[in-house]
Ligand binder design. Structure first.
Ligand code: FBP
Length: 550
């Protein structure tokens, strides 16, 4: 494998870790926990793993002796920078516990466990992947691990390899499944512990004990670099409005973080659109007004950041998508109808109100709403070209305003979608350190016999030596939600809080950013150099930490 100069230099980087993990550790247990909501239902569904205490690892006087342990690891869902370091931290952790321990990776996500597709991860393999982006060491997948037959099939290979613990590195849905699996294996005395690790660039797996999901930091920095470059281009040519859609699924954390980093003219926040009950036309009018105001000053250029999940948060669209979900599930024959007839087929089946919304959309966007759902039942929002939809609709509105004399200016657009560009980037120092610590913590949770826990590393706005490593019972993060027509226990997704410090900061600044050209150009991630350039966590995390201290 040919390596870049940065890859070679980066391979030697030694991730920073909390002091507590640097030598022998002991466990400090907290109070028993409760789920965030629906306590009775969750307790009944997880009788063996509910209510376990938080735990924190502390330095111990002497190293206890542990038997060797075989561990399995799965990467689940979308790629996020730092996944390889979680695996490296886990590998080093179980080897420090006992050098005879072994690590097995299941190939291409949870499907690898069910299909018995695995490889042993040895020291030379791990060394190839230290501090690199991507999930290519074992690959990832989106198979939903939820049925007893899958758990039983998985257990056959776990037993065959004498694996005593399984680490699932994933987002909210995958960690929900990890929790169900932990409960099931405990209920049948399978002798397999299950530990989760919080992964997703989307930043929506967080709570009191999980400050952030890994990958969010690096992905946002990559997008902010590129948006900054576009803003500089935009401010040089002064002839385009750039409509930039950003990944992040439902939550707008990525768009918000990028806005805090680059000061765009406009940034839409889906959670606010929903709270204000805004229609598509309200959003288009809001953008057009900002364009007109800048044009009045002779500035026919600007940037608009759009979270990829926006469409699902516009109340009229939400209702349309919900009805489409039902129709598509009930009418699989839809897929074999001729493309030219699909639109009318759908319109005839929709209620009048939803059919009207569907008809009002440009045909390509309307049809994108009917694409296959992912295995978790989510609309594949990354395939919906909201950036083009908004650019087109704002253009139409401005043309009307021009005729009536309300707007004088030129409006030319460029559209972009950033998502895949950041998901496999080389992890920032923050993610490299955070991920390694999460993996190492998972190894400690295994050594102490824990199951149904998520690896947790907190206080990460402080220097790494002061980070707090421990475990959070996954049941604590759960509530009941309707999924595919049934009430299910799931980890509560963390959306942008409109009374949270990051949004408040943005709301305080956005009017000025809309009219002025106050762009910030963050530049590329730096891996070597002064700490204020290389080691800063996200603005989101810094603002949240600051407001907690108050
Ligand atoms: P996860 O929740 O699995 O971490 O998803 C991250 C993500 O990048 C989302 O932001 C995006 O909507 C989705 O994956 C796209 O997934 P895919 O590439 O599989 O279509």
């Amino acid at each position: 494998m040919t390596k870049s100069a940065l890859q070679i230099a980066r391979a030697a980087y030694q991730p920073k870790m909390p002091t507590a993990l640097l030598g022998p550790v002991k466990v400090k247990e907290g109070e028993p926990t409760q789920s965030v909501a629906n306590q009775e239902e969750i307790k009944a569904l997880f009788p063996n793993t509910y209510g376990q205490p938080y735990i924190v690892f502390e330095q111990a006087e002497e190293q206890k002796k542990y038997p060797p342990v075989n561990v399995g690891v799965i990467l689940s869902g979308g790629q996020a920078p730092g996944g390889h370091n979680v695996i490296a931290g886990l590998f080093d952790g179980i080897k420090d516990v006992n050098p005879e321990s072994r690590l097995f990776g299941f190939i291409l996500g949870p499907g690898g466990l069910i299909d018995h597709n695995y490889m042993e991860l040895t020291a030379p393999i791990i060394d190839e992947y230290r501090n690199t982006g991507g999930f290519d060491i074992i690959g990832s997948g989106r198979t939903k691990l939820e049925k007893k037959e899958q758990f039983d099939k998985g257990l056959i290979i776990l037993k065959a390899l004498d694996i005593k613990a399984l680490v699932i590195i994933g987002g909210d849905d995958s960690n929900t499944n990890a929790c169900v699996l932990a409960e099931y294996y405990k209920s049948i005395n399978a002798g397999v512990q299950v530990i989760g690790c919080p992964k997703t660039i989307d930043g929506d797996l967080k709570n009191e004990m999980i400050e952030t999901s890994f990958g969010f930091d690096t992905a946002c920095k990559v997008y902010s670099e590129v948006i900054g470059n576009i803003q500089r281009d935009c401010n040089s040519a002064r002839k385009y409005w750039h409509f930039i859609k950003l990944m992040g699924r439902s939550a707008s954390h990525i768009a918000l973080e990028c806005a805090l980093q680059v000061h765009p003219n406009i940034c839409l926040i889906s959670e606010e659109v929903e709270a204000k009950n805004q229609s598509l036309d309200d959003i288009v009018t809001e953008i057009a007004e900002a364009v007109a105001a800048r044009a009045a000053q002779g500035n026919n250029f600007g940037t608009v950041l759009i979270p990829e999940g926006l469409i699902e948060f516009i109340p009229a669209m939400k209702s349309l998508i919900a009805e489409l979900n039902d129709i598509l599930a009930k009418h699989p024959e839809y897929k074999v109808i001729r493309k030219s007839e699909q639109r009318n087929y759908i319109i005839e089946m929709l209620s009048k109100a939803n059919a009207d919304v569907f008809k009002s959309l440009p045909e390509n966007v309307a049809m994108q709403l009917t694409l296959d759902r992912d295995p978790h039942g989510n609309v594949q929002v990354s395939a919906i070209e909201t950036e083009k939809l908004l650019a087109e609709m704002v253009g139409k509105k401005l043309a009307e305003w021009k005729e009536s004399g309300k707007y004088v200016g030129k409006f030319a657009t460029q559209t972009h979608f950033f998502g895949y560009e950041g998901r496999c980037a080389a992890p920032s120092n923050y993610d490299a350190d955070y991920c390694y610590s999460l993996g190492y913590t998972a190894a400690a949770l295994i050594a102490f016999g824990k199951t149904g826990y998520m690896s947790s590393v907190r206080n990460t706005t402080a220097p790494a030596k002061d980070w707090i490593a421990g475990g959070v019972p996954i049941t604590m993060m759960m509530n009941m939600e309707r999924r595919n027509g049934e009430m299910k226990p799931v980890i509560q997704k963390a959306l942008v809080e409109l009374d949270g410090a990051p949004f408040r900061k943005f709301a305080e600044k956005r009017a000025a950013w809309a009219i002025s050209t106050d762009y910030v150009y963050p530049g590329p991630i730096q891996y070597f150099g002064p700490t204020e350039v290389c080691d800063q966590p996200t603005k989101t995390l810094q603002l949240e930490a600051k407001s907690k201290k108050k």
